[in-house]
Write a protein that binds this ligand. Structure first.
Ligand code: ZN
Length: 191
């Protein structure tokens, strides 16, 4: 692991207390990658990212969640990755990662639940629609409803780590549709 003290100030607390860590990891079904983390020793601010060291092709991954144990399948999400679950109209678009870049199918679902609870709080008139999606997430978690998790990354830095994954190169049209900007959550049908 390489650790460097940065000369720039922390975007959150303004102190000159940032350190940069780079660590090489070897992930199953994915290969060698470099995990980079910026950490503020003063306020705890973190920014993590992951970069593939082997291939950098635009990639599409699809995994069918059909059993409870599928919740443990690992999902690598770089800042360039988009995650979609079409069955519940959920889409998590690229943006800065505050937490670990490796999560699980369950972690992705929990993140969507957090967003839904926030939507319900902010727009009470969406309650019925949100409740319907929350119910479906419950079914998916208990293996009573099948759902696809799709990961698309134009830089090839994101993936789903399973031998049951369907993967291919993204085509030009799909690459054009992907965003590479700030984090946004878009739940289709919820406005
Ligand atoms: Zn700070």
């Amino acid at each position: 692991m390489v650790e460097t003290v940065l000369d720039t100030v922390c975007p959150v607390c303004g102190e000159k207390s940032l350190i940069y860590r780079a660590e090489e990891l070897d992930l199953p079904y994915f290969g060698k990658c470099l995990q980079t983390t910026i950490i503020c020793r003063n306020c705890g601010y973190r920014h993590a990212d992951v970069m593939m060291l082997d291939v950098n092709e635009p990639m599409f991954y699809e995994f069918l969640v059909e059993r409870e144990e599928d919740l443990n399948v690992k999902v690598v999400r770089a800042t360039s990755g988009t995650i979609e679950i079409p069955e519940i109209g959920a889409k998590i678009e690229p943006g800065p990662l505050s937490e670990s870049f490796i999560t699980t199918v369950e972690g992705v679902l929990n993140r969507i639940v957090d967003v839904l609870v926030q939507i319900m709080h902010d727009t009470p008139e969406m309650r019925d629609k949100v409740n319907d999606i929350l119910r479906k997430i419950g079914y998916i978690k208990h293996g009573r409803m099948k759902a696809h998790i799709i990961v698309k990354d134009p830089l090839g830095n994101s993936a789903i780590l399973s031998n049951r994954v369907r993967k291919r190169r993204l085509n030009e049209e799909e690459i054009k549709e992907l965003k590479l900007g700030e984090i946004t959550y878009e739940l289709r049908g919820i406005k």
